[in-house]
Design a protein around this ligand. Structure first.
Ligand code: FAD
Length: 466
């Protein structure tokens, strides 16, 4: 039992189902919660201003939730990861904390920082597993190795969850503690990073759980039918919450099970949605098993030989949604205007960047991070390496999305395109999908069939050169 403990919050910004918080409250008389802003590191990681805004707002909401539990939330500027360890030491001293509790972060630099903290803070540092529903390192293939292919991974994942008896019920609400003694610290008065406008995402436990409940009860059943159609609000849009830990994967699974039953009785829609949550775990497991992906390397190292063309003008056109391919431009404008992009569109624009424009996937990966409200290293890196054919279980390199046929298939009436590419508001349903001839807006920057041939040749040359 500790007199006073600190809970160091990172990407687990919630008061419910938070293992580190629950444990700390269980065995401490008083608890302080601590958040250490690291704007210099965030800049290096290209964190999107809209995600920083969501974090800022969620911390404000948490302050009230914690107050009700007699926990004071201290938000301080630590500048970078090194500063976080220093500031943590200072806060331990000022609060006389006897232990620190946190949920484990899985990225390489974050883990290194935690190792440093462990050796330097001078009090016990208790780490809990929280990021995934099934923890990395626990699922192995027949050869005892981590999975590189999603389908067998997902089967084992479900079996493991069944073995646990679907025991992923969110942890109970932390108990109300003894009142804390106010401490004197240099608390943040001004948020130290650019902020976008994240107000389309409500914050606080009640709102986040309401969003989960409403998706699970009203839309999960139709998820399989609607999930690929960007004109329909058919996906959960919970990624922003999952990325900053305002929601846990366990809470999602528990809700799904409560509303739709165990895996063998799940309807098609709910089962398909569960699969997406498994993809989320999959990419986290890949990142832990093969940390070279965190260092900017292709998972399949032989794909490092590709000679990307990296034309800055084409990249600029892609970023701005000015390529002349309506579905690509509508998608990029959705990202730039809202901070979120539909999954089908992420696949289309990523394939277009790598294979039609022959631009290094890492350029796209970074641009996404700098704009996405749900930017998450593992999911983003996994998605980009899938599209570039360089990753685990990736699309084979000769699979090249045709932006026009993708558009005709997934936005048949051009409803989504017209909502973002206003220039095409009055075009007919056939023409709205086609590469622009310059009549309504800028002419297409490349010819898809020519670029397709070029991409195939470029990939082939790289792979034969080994
Ligand atoms: P839903 O369809 O409702 O899915 C539920 C949840 O499952 C999501 O919130 C997300 O947490 C998870 N999920 C769904 N699809 C995937 C996937 N393919 N990989 C991993 N997790 C998944 N997702 C991010 O959270 N952050 C990113 O930075 C990110 N970058 C991506 C980049 C590319 C190039 C691609 C192709 C995909 C990327 N994704 C990323 C995955 C996916 O596009 C988003 O998770 C999804 O669009 C979020 O919308 P949603 O919450 O409505 O998802």
């Amino acid at each position: 039992m500790y007199k006073t403990s600190l809970v160091w919050l990172r990407r687990d910004l919630r008061s419910l189902d938070n293992p580190a918080l629950s444990k700390a409250c269980e065995i401490s008389d008083t608890v302080y919660a601590l958040y250490l802003a690291a704007p210099d590191t965030w800049r290096q990681h290209h964190m999107a201003p809209i995600q920083s805004d969501l974090i800022r707002r969620q911390l404000d909401a948490l302050r009230d939730e914690f107050n009700a539990l007699n926990i004071e939330l201290l938000v301080l500027n630590a500048h970078d990861f090194t500063g976080q360890v220093e500031t943590l030491r200072h806060v331990i001293q000022v609060t006389s904390a006897e232990a620190v509790f946190a949920n484990r972060e899985l990225e390489v630099r974050e883990s290194a920082r935690d190792n440093e903290a462990q050796s330097r803070i001078g009090v016990p540092f208790h780490l809990s597993d929280d990021r995934c529903v099934i923890q990395p390192g626990t699922l192995k293939n027949g050869g005892g190795q981590p999975y590189k292919v999603f389908t067998p991974f997902s089967k084992t994942w479900v079996t493991e969850l069944m073995r646990l008896g679907w025991d992923c019920e969110p942890r109970p609400h932390p108990k109300v503690l003894k009142p804390i003694v106010p401490v004197s610290l240099e608390i943040l008065t001004e948020w130290p990073y650019d902020t976008g406008n994240s107000s389309a995402w409500d914050v606080g436990s009640e709102s986040v759980l309401k969003a989960l409940r409403s998706f699970s009860r009203e839309r999960a059943q139709l998820y399989k039918k609607h999930r690929d159609l960007p004109a329909i609000d058919g996906t959960s849009k919970l990624s922003a919450y999952l990325a900053i830990g305002a929601l846990s994967g366990r809470q999602c699974v528990a809700r799904l099970v409560a509303d739709h039953g165990a895996p063998d009785t799940l309807n098609e829609g709910a089962r398909t949605w569960l699969n997406e949550l498994i993809w989320r775990d999959f990419y986290q497991h890949v990142m832990v098993a093969w940390p070279h992906v965190v260092k900017g390397k292709a998972f399949k190292t032989n794909y490092e030989a590709i000679s990307w063309h990296n034309d800055p003008m084409l990249f600029d056109a892609w970023c701005k949604g000015q390529t002349g391919f309506p579905i690509v431009d509508a998608a990029m404008r959705q990202l730039n205007q809202t901070g979120w992009m539909h999954n089908r569109l992420r696949m289309i624009v990523a394939s277009f960047l790598c294979k039609d424009l022959l631009i290094d996937w890492r350029w796209g990966e970074q641009y996404f991070m700098s704009r996405l409200i749900d930017g998450d290293f593992a999911a983003n890196n996994g998605g980009w390496q899938w599209a570039a054919s360089t990753g685990t279980d990736a699309a084979p390199y000769f699979r090249i999305f045709n932006p026009v046929t993708q558009s005709q298939r997934f936005d048949p009436q051009g409803v989504f395109i017209r909502s973002y590419v206003k220039e095409l508001a009055s075009t007919d349903d056939k023409r709205v999908h086609l590469a622009s001839d310059g009549q309504f807006y800028n002419r297409a920057v490349v010819d898809h069939s020519e670029q397709r041939k070029l991409a195939l040749a470029t990939y082939k040359t790289a792979l034969e050169a080994e």
